[in-house]
Design a protein around this ligand. Structure first.
Ligand SMILES: Nc1ncnc2c1ncn2[C@@H]1O[C@H](COP(=O)(O)OP(=O)(O)OP(=O)(O)O)[C@@H](O)[C@H]1O
Length: 289
């Protein structure tokens, strides 16, 4: 049997609160379990308000922090026990982050194209300038850009939307199986957000990459996601197919979130799969402002 792409088993994260000598503990994540299948790439949204534990979970999936309880298995291997440079590098090639602020993801003093070339050399094994440029070009094309558009330009010379697309291209260079995008559009101009999040669905379809999309924005999550989990105070309070969860939310928090989206978007029908809903901006096929 093929191992799952990603499996979280009763994952928890507890931080020491109030300084080293304090006994106070913050349970940021508690008992979170879910599985992303290897054979079915998907956009998987983790939704929750500020402080619900989303970023803590993302950092653990990326191997940037270790669970206090439970296990995270990537393609069958426990992420917390990866040892040695080779194993870490192999993991980094397969699981790539996309951060909230693209201006922080790039070195402000390095030209964007050069940054991409060095990623190609360091993570994708590109030998020589021509191979690095080719890898950068291929990745940039996947996000609707080209080397010609970023060549010689520093991060601040691109728009936030362009730079976030370049950041996604950077993440694609090593050929990942999983992207972990933590609030990737919250700092992007509202008019460009849907273009970026729709890209995730395209990448799922074109490259077969799975995407964990972390957000507090139910509307974009609903529009692009296959499955969602809703977190509150560190716990998953609702999980399942995006349409089912948002058509018939059972937890009071999910109802609140849904109401908030309907207030903003004005979706007329209860059933987001209905014909009427399909014509509204809040529908999965529609585009949000
Ligand atoms: N390094 C840390 N030390 C102590 N407490 C932390 C640490 N990181 C996060 N926390 C706490 O854990 C809880 C969850 O935080 P986390 O950042 O994971 O939530 P979040 O849902 O991503 O919120 P946001 O959307 O604001 O980033 C919060 O109460 C936060 O204060």
């Amino acid at each position: 049997m093929t191992a799952a792409l990603l499996e979280l088993r009763e994952v928890g994260k507890t931080y020491a609160g109030g300084g080293l000598l304090s006994r106070r503990r913050v349970a940021a994540v508690r008992g979170v379990s879910f599985t992303l299948a290897a054979e079915r790439p998907e956009v998987f949204a983790i939704i929750g308000e500020s402080g619900s534990g989303k970023s803590s979970l993302a950092r653990m999936v990326l191997g940037m922090s270790t669970p206090s309880e439970g296990q995270i298995l990537f393609q069958g291997s426990d992420v917390a026990t990866l040892r040695g440079r080779g194993a870490r590098l192999r993991f980094m090639r397969r699981v790539q982050p996309i951060f909230q602020n693209p201006f922080e993801a790039f070195n402000p003093l390095t030209r964007v194209d050069r940054y991409l070339y060095s990623t190609a050399r360091n993570l994708a094994g590109a030998r020589g300038q021509a191979a690095a440029e080719q890898a950068a070009e291929t990745a940039l094309q996947q996000v609707g850009l080209s080397v010609a558009e970023v060549r010689g330009r520093f991060p601040h010379e691109l728009s936030g939307g362009q730079l976030q697309r370049a950041a996604i291209a950077r993440a694609l260079i090593p050929g990942p199986a999983l992207l972990v995008a933590d609030e990737p559009v919250s700092m992007i101009d509202a008019s460009l957000r849907m273009t970026i999040v729709n890209l995730f669905r395209d990448l799922r379809d074109r490259l077969g990459v799975s995407i964990i999309y972390i957000t507090h924005d139910l509307a974009t999550a609903y529009t692009i996601s296959d499955r969602i989990v809703i977190m509150r105070q560190g716990e998953v309070v609702e999980a399942g197919d995006a349409r089912a969860v948002l058509s018939h939310p059972s937890h009071p928090y999910s109802v609140q979130l849904k109401d908030a989206v309907l207030t903003i978007e004005g979706t007329p029908e209860d059933d987001p799969g209905s014909e009427a809903a399909a014509r509204t901006p809040g529908s999965r096929e529609g585009s949000l402002p």
